[in-house]
Unconditional design. Structure first.
Length: 313
């Protein structure tokens, strides 16, 4: 049974990805287990109210589980009350890629769209550095997420994020004619590319942990260093190197979010806002996808812990 088909009072028996498993204590000081399950159609919060007999250590490295339970509606959202659970085994013969939440487009199709944007770049130095870096990371780009747990934390999420930002950039450039699209497209394509170095992901797009260099430097610093090194290697104009470096360093806008500088030219400013728009749209869509119209989601951590509303219209 796919998560998107779940309805209140439905009996569930199936295989799902285990994305969260935490022992908690309720108001009566009784322990329960809070779980997040996913498949390619969505996610659902689940609870194990009777923890007796549950071997917690079995689930530390578990990727997927078989569960039996019943759907209940709680505060306008569906929740799965689990009666039985176990890690999958080889005998189950489960194709994990069939369970994995993925971008709504094929990764090779999204890469082709991005390559079309690269070909539209007119200035050789911009095109040269973008082509070189995309070629360097092409294999991993096909499956890497854009985050471990927040926006675009799905298989091929990084490609999906870049593609939608490019489409938004093109639309804005038709309104604001003074935008240098060579510079903006380059910034969009490369602003998060170092997340491939920052996180360790398997081919299912599931991030196990941040890399050592990711923990120490973050994708912003790694990305700026990458532009500097590749720019020198390819003999890219120094002004262009600095402009791209600045876009990467400033795209989170605030020092609290990792940016040592704020944008100082229009393309860098636009990059920040379309990055924010695409991230927020994704998180809004994800949070409200499986709730009823006219109800609120659970608080969304990435959006100021706000409960998001799904309009009836």
């Amino acid at each position: 049974m796919q998560i998107a088909t779940f309805e209140n009072e439905m009996e569930i028996l199936g295989f799902y990805l285990l994305k969260g498993f935490e022992v908690k204590t309720g108001k009566t000081n009784k322990q329960y287990i809070d779980i997040r399950l996913e498949d390619k159609t969505g996610q659902i919060n689940a609870k194990i109210w009777n923890v007796e007999g549950i071997k917690i250590n079995e689930y530390q490295d578990t990727v997927a589980v078989k569960v039996k339970g019943k759907i209940r509606e709680y505060n306008g959202s569906l929740q799965l009350n689990i009666e039985k659970i176990r890690p999958i085994t080889e005998k189950d013969e489960i194709d994990l890629e069939e369970l994995t939440p993925s971008a709504p487009y094929r990764s090779d199709e999204m890469l082709s769209v991005i390559e079309e944007y690269i070909e539209s770049i007119e200035k050789d130095d911009f095109k040269k550095i973008v082509k070189h870096i995309i070629e360097k990371y092409k294999e991993k780009l096909l499956y890497y997420p854009a985050a471990k747990s927040n926006h675009h934390s799905i298989r091929s999420g990084l490609l999906f994020h870049i593609m939608r930002m490019l489409q938004a950039s093109k639309a804005l450039s038709e309104v604001y004619k003074n935008i240098n699209t060579d510079l903006l497209y380059t910034g969009v394509i490369l602003h998060d590319i170092a997340k491939i170095e920052e996180m360790n992901s398997n081919e299912l797009g599931m991030v196990s942990e941040y890399s050592i260099v990711g923990e120490l430097l973050s994708h912003i610093t790694i990305g700026a260093n990458l532009i500097h090194e590749v720019g020198k290697e390819l003999d890219i104009d120094q002004e262009i190197i600095m402009l791209i470096e600045h876009m990467i360093l400033s795209h989170h806008y605030e020092a609290d979010f990792g940016s040592p500088k704020k944008p100082v030219f229009i393309e860098a400013e636009i990059l920040h806002y379309i990055d924010m728009i695409d991230a927020r749209v994704f998180d809004f869509e994800k949070a409200t996808k499986d709730i009823s119209k006219g109800s609120f989601s659970e608080p969304v951590f990435s959006i100021d812990r706000r409960k998001l509303y799904k309009p009836k219209i």
